[in-house]
Design a protein around this ligand. Structure first.
Ligand code: NAG
Ligand code: NAG
Ligand code: NAG
Ligand code: NAG
Length: 539
């Protein structure tokens, strides 16, 4: 679920590259900061942002609960279905594997055990609060790359705080507040991440979006990393270069997405109603079936590998750096001061070690429509920036919307994309297909949608004929104008001049004969059918 956005972006690129001319073979996955590639000049080294791949971080954490004995089942107890206080035949028993709900079940593989979950004891000591801290520790700084997603098996909590630590659990800061009523619970106005902007992206908010109880079907709580990235990289994270530019220069922003520990503070379970049902306290408890945390080891862009050894994550530092996060120069390599590497590709960014050969720039293949590339770590690849000549795409190999491919031009030709020129009145939008055909509105035809189908006439776009000289005659001396309307003599009105103007105004003399215009003539009936509306004469 949390991957879907990533996958859709990925799928998009796959589509792009399969639709268009495949780009040179040198394109591959750059998962090392230095890789050998083949270009016209032969084998060259290519340098990339130097960081380990983003991965499922729940495999490497330690989990701790507070209070330690809060997991259900010791002693065994029965609990009720959240939505039904009379369905109390569920049992939690820590000594029976099938009935136990230990914390590990928050991190097991979905699919293999679809409905396994950790569960707390029930709220039998109400009104004493039922509060649980779930602390996830990595003993290593990690950078989050995707939303944190928590799936509650039995109602999302009424109140919860997500906290983070950057110093291995010594100090904690709130990351996000969650409540059914933010003002009441935390004295905060409710907000959603979408209310933030580039300038307020670091604001800590309280959201009510994820806190409705068991009455809704959704079980999920997000901490929105991607939406925050999008303030810099655009709604579909297309412009990661812009995000990386910011990350390179703004420590606060880098730190915001960096953690050593996370803590889920469950403050009040889902109640679902205004009052707690004191007769059935076995309905209230916490149950979590899944926690997703995706990220990468923080290695200050001086390592591409992070190893898990002796239940500890360590960067495999390069560039003669050392330390758990490659945060220091190695002994005897302190000729220049330590600095982090860069997210941006050469020539803008640098691994802060040595100057690369210019050859590596030939990677940056944009068919002459751009001379700048950016590294996208999500896809582990490089894309062209600011494609010119109405091109777009990873290698400027596609035409912008509203343009189509010039079949007689090479990919590197400035004339490679031709404007669609769809008639704005006749077409549904300004895009066309690969041979320049626009999508036409009803009654309209032609490659550019500027011609009318038979039975239609052009009048601010194609309109169905109202009158003509064969079937649909204007009456009472009216004349047909452009097939789209009858121009009536002063005394008459109506689409076919079939009505006396005075009749419409209700001011005809009683002797003038209400039936003056011909009623129910075949032409009028036809008109009624054509227009799909009932003419007043039919009533
Ligand atoms: C949870 O952690 C917070 C600090 O982050 C602490 O103040 C609180 O007492 C803890 N609650 C429990 C139930 O341990
Ligand atoms: C690290 O230092 C060694 C010895 O001075 C040098 O040969 C090597 O190129 C350096 N490595 C990097 C990546 O700078
Ligand atoms: C298509 O490309 C060819 C070759 O560059 C050029 O001569 C021609 O004018 C282009 N066609 C259009 C409609 O731009
Ligand atoms: C574009 O649309 C036209 C008309 O529907 C069709 O004849 C033509 O084959 C299409 N071209 C492509 C490349 O799909």
């Amino acid at each position: 679920m949390y991957l879907s956005r990533f996958l859709s972006i990925h799928a998009l690129w796959v589509t792009v590259s399969s639709v268009m001319q495949p780009y040179p073979l040198v394109w591959g996955h750059y998962d090392v900061c230095k890789t050998q590639i083949y270009t016209e000049e032969g084998k060259v080294w290519d340098y990339m942002a130097c960081q380990p791949e983003s991965t499922d971080m729940t495999k490497y954490l330690k989990v701790k609960l507070d209070p330690p004995d809060i997991t259900c089942g010791d002693p065994p107890e029965s609990f009720c279905a959240m939505g039904n206080p009379y369905m109390c035949n569920n049992e939690c028993d820590a000594s029976t594997p099938e009935l136990a709900h230990p914390p590990e079940l928050m991190f097991d593989f979905e699919g293999r055990h679809p409905s396994t979950f950790w569960q707390s004891a029930t709220w039998k000591e109400y009104p004493k609060p039922l509060q649980v801290n779930i602390t996830l520790s990595w003993s290593k700084t990690i950078e989050l790359t995707d939303n944190i997603v928590i799936t509650f098996e039995s109602g999302r909590p009424d109140q919860m705080i997500l906290e983070k630590s950057l110093d291995y659990g010594r100090t904690w800061q709130p990351y996000q507040y969650y409540a059914t009523d933010c003002l009441h619970a935390f004295h905060m106005d409710p907000k959603s991440v979408k209310d933030l902007s580039q300038h307020t992206v670091l604001e800590i908010i309280c959201t009510e979006e994820y806190s409705t109880g068991y009455s809704t079907n959704s079980k999920i709580i997000h901490f929105e990393i991607k939406d925050r990235f999008a303030f810099f990289a655009g709604p579909r994270l297309r412009n990661m270069a812009s995000l990386y530019g910011q990350l390179d220069t703004t420590k606060k922003l880098r730190d915001f997405f960096t953690v050593t520990d996370l803590r889920i503070r469950l403050l009040r379970p889902a109640v679902g109603e205004i009052f707690v049902d004191e007769l059935h306290l076995a309905r209230y408890f916490y149950a979590i079936s899944d926690i997703k945390v995706r990220g990468r080891c923080k290695c200050n862009l001086h390592a591409t590998m992070c190893v898990y050894d002796n239940s500890k994550l360590t960067c495999e530092c390069e560039h003669n750096t050392t330390g758990p996060d490659c945060g220091k120069c190695k002994k005897n390599y302190q000729g220049r001061p330590w600095s982090p590497g860069s997210y941006l590709p050469i020539p803008k960014g640098t691994a802060n070690t040595f100057v690369p050969a210019l050859d590596s720039l030939s990677n940056c293949e944009c068919f002459g429509h751009s001379n700048r590339c950016s590294y996208i770590d999500l896809l582990n690849t490089v894309i062209c920036v600011s494609c010119k000549h109405n091109t777009r795409g990873q290698h400027c190999e596609l035409c912008r919307l509203g343009y189509f491919r010039n079949a007689s031009a090479q990919l590197d030709d400035e004339n490679v994309c031709i404007e669609c020129y769809c008639n704005p009145l006749g077409s549904i939008h300004d895009r066309c297909n690969g041979s320049g055909f626009c999508e036409c509105k009803t009654g309209t035809t032609g490659p550019k949608c500027d011609e009318c189908l038979p039975g239609n006439s052009w009048y601010y776009g194609c309109q169905p004929n109202v009158c003509d000289n064969e079937l649909l005659h204007c009456q009472n001396g009216g004349t047909c104008h452009n097939n789209v309307r009858c121009v009536c003599p002063d005394a008459y009105t109506g689409i076919l001049c079939e009505k006396l103007r005075c009749e419409e105004a209700g001011s005809c003399g009683s002797d003038s004969g209400q039936g003056a215009p011909p009623r129910g003539s075949p032409a009028l009936l036809l008109l009624t059918v054509l227009l799909g509306t009932a003419s007043p004469l039919v009533f």
